[in-house]
Design a protein. Structure first.
Length: 213
């Protein structure tokens, strides 16, 4: 078990290096992994499933791949000899974890999936969330703030995939919504502080945007 986790860690690290995306690098996986372990212990979730799904959660992401299913994860789990029942639980999480727009329904149902999703969402909010939002905008050449573009509400997956607007709109289109979408009690508690930090950041941001303060 421990060996499978260690080998997966190295496999994922190599994969994430290839994607060359500072918002989804190995250190993102490592942070989410640490948070997921913490939540899993509090919530009594199966640690092996949580750890493996967390490590693999971004290697099949739609942002880096043309395939929509978790083909890399499935092949990897098979090569490790993970039994099919456990592998299925892990793959279900990897395939359904991503936020795909505020109007899309969340397909995560297992406790382990809820834990991994909460941990991933926690890294999208708070101080790291802010840093990642602007880093992503820079990478896509999206403006920091465009006063004439309003945030889009109730987005479908198709709309969500089109990266328009501004980095600040991304707070309203996704980041500020995540607190109320936490699945577990532990995740909700952790989200609160990070959410409040983003709100106070935005208050200052909009003051400065108007030339005040
Ligand atoms: Ni992630």
């Amino acid at each position: 078990m421990q060996d499978a986790i260690e080998r997966t860690k190295e496999y994922v690290r190599r994969n994430m290096e290839e994607y060359k995306d500072a918002t989804h690098d190995w250190f993102h996986i490592e942070r989410v992994w640490n948070t997921a372990k913490l939540i899993a212990k509090e919530e009594g979730a199966d640690l092996f499933v949580v750890e493996m799904a967390t490590l693999l959660h971004d290697i099949d992401d739609f942002k880096f791949n043309s395939h929509e299913t978790a083909v890399k994860s499935a092949a990897w789990l098979q090569s490790l000899g993970v039994d099919s029942g456990t592998a299925e639980k892990i793959i279900h999480i990897v395939e359904n974890i991503s936020f795909k727009g505020s109007a899309e329904q969340n397909k995560i149902q297992t406790l382990e999936g809820k834990v991994v999703q909460d941990a991933d969402r926690l890294d999208a909010i708070g101080a790291f969330g802010i840093a990642r939002a602007f880093t992503y905008a820079g990478y896509k050449n999206i403006p920091i703030f465009n006063p004439s573009v309003e945030a889009r509400e109730n987005m479908s997956f198709e709309q969500y995939k089109r990266t328009e607007g501004s980095a600040i709109n991304h707070f309203h289109e996704k980041l500020l919504l995540l607190k109320d979408r936490m699945n577990t009690k532990t995740g909700r508690l952790m989200a609160e502080e990070r959410h409040n930090f983003m709100e106070s950041y935005l208050r200052q941001f909009f003051k400065e945007a108007k030339g005040e303060s």
